[in-house]
Design a protein around this ligand. Structure first.
Ligand code: PLP
Length: 390
């Protein structure tokens, strides 16, 4: 098997930063106590957990007790949607949820699940630029709307949504507002007060911390029915022994991301623009998906006319370059991207799309090498297709 030498799939996951790993290591075999135990080793783990919560709360500009640690973005999204929906079912108030057609499946499939129990869901479509309009959300609001869930930045096309404005609208109308901020973390502000959100999902493995740990910010007094029963962990809100090492890693990674935010964003944005400009100028029939300006600084999503994206990805892999055709969770499925379809892209262009997401350790040389490989592969694939058609 060949090795990945150039990693351009940071929206799927990121490597653990060595500084994050170092902060985590003591919590595996030295400070291994259970934070619920009353003796010294337990208290030591509890202190690490409390400190991590306080450190993260500072970055989110919220109170420490408003943070619930989870196993990642999927659990946080499920908890947000189902928790709010079931609270309202229990208290007999409201039945309608608004979300968008291009959410991550953790939100979309939670919404589909709730529909099976009689909840009604409106899926607002983004514009062709990949941005959801506040007016469209407003038009979807009904007297029985209980929850609005709109992602902060899209995981396939990187487009950034007007979260603070939608949050203001939701607050005016007394509707709970959730944002899936999994892709925004480490690139955009996570100040929950400025964003006007009640619930916000994060996943550590998207910002150089390990997989399997995340959090849900839950603003005080948000109506929510907790979904995981068992022990009294997380103040009776999410049962299960806490992933102490992972949580310490997440706090460290988040602090590093925001301490180095400008530098990291400037770096990936420079590489992103070099990649986009190179693709558009060197490969005819290339189209950038999603608004060019209002997108994450590390996201490139393009369609190549007359080309199958999966074949391009295989070609890249043969050259040791890792990229994807959309979200990691749907890779391998034959379903075309619901995100690209939702912005009205022609199914042929949806099939011809690839996503390249850059990270803090990528270099200009890697971008140039990727451009060379892509140009060569696409010209060759088109030539083959023409020869076959003859
Ligand atoms: N939400 C978004 C926008 C994502 O991109 C992802 C992961 O790709 C998730 C949720 C799921 O997060 P996790 O992998 O931690 O379950």
């Amino acid at each position: 098997m060949n090795r990945t030498e150039i990693y351009l799939d940071h929206a799927a996951t990121t490597p653990v930063d060595p500084r994050v790993l170092e902060a985590m290591l003591p919590y595996f075999s030295q400070k291994y106590g259970n934070p619920s135990s009353i003796y010294a080793a337990g208290r030591e783990a509890r202190a690490a957990l409390d400190q991590a919560r306080a450190r993260i709360a500072r970055l989110l500009n919220c109170q420490a007790r408003e943070i619930v640690f989870t196993s990642g973005g999927t659990e946080s999204d499920n908890l947000a949607l189902k928790g709010v929906a079931w609270w309202h079912r229990l208290h007999g108030r409201g039945n309608h949820i608004i979300t968008t057609a291009f959410e991550h499946h953790a939100v979309l499939h939670s919404a589909h699940y709730l529909e099976k129990f009689g909840f009604e869901v409106t899926y607002v479509r983004p514009g062709s630029d990949g941005i959801v309009r506040v007016e469209e959300i407003e038009a979807a609001i009904r007297p029985d709307t209980i929850l609005i869930s709109v992602m902060y930045a899209n995981n396939e096309i990187g487009t950034i949504q007007p979260i603070a404005e939608i949050g203001r609208l939701a607050r005016e109308r007394g509707i709970t507002f959730h944002t899936d901020a999994v892709q925004a973390a480490g690139a955009l502000s996570l100040d929950v007060t400025e964003l006007n959100v009640d619930l916000l999902s994060l996943s550590a493995h998207k910002f150089y911390a390990p997989k399997g740990v995340g959090l849900l910010y839950v603003r005080r007094e948000t109506p929510i029915l907790w979904q995981q029963q068992g022990g009294a962990q997380e103040s009776n809100r999410r049962a299960g022994t806490e992933n102490v090492a992972g949580i310490v890693g997440m706090a460290t990674a988040l602090e590093l991301a925001y301490a180095e935010l400008e530098e990291r964003n400037a770096h990936v944005q420079r590489l992103r623009d070099r990649l986009i400009d190179g693709l558009l100028s060197r490969i005819p029939g290339t189209r950038l998906n999603g608004d060019r300006e209002r997108r994450l600084p590390n996201n490139v999503n393009v369609s190549f006319e007359g080309i199958d994206g999966e074949t391009v990805l295989l070609n890249l892999d043969m050259h040791g370059i890792a990229a994807s055709s959309g979200s990691a969770c749907t890779t391998g499925s034959t379903e075309p991207s619901h995100v690209l379809l939702s912005i009205g892209l022609h199914p042929d262009l949806v099939r011809g799309s690839i996503r390249l997401t850059l990270g803090k350790d990528n270099t200009e040389d890697e971008i140039d090498r990727t451009l060379d490989v892509l140009e060569e592969s696409i010209i060759r694939l088109r030539r083959l297709a023409t020869a076959r058609a003859r």
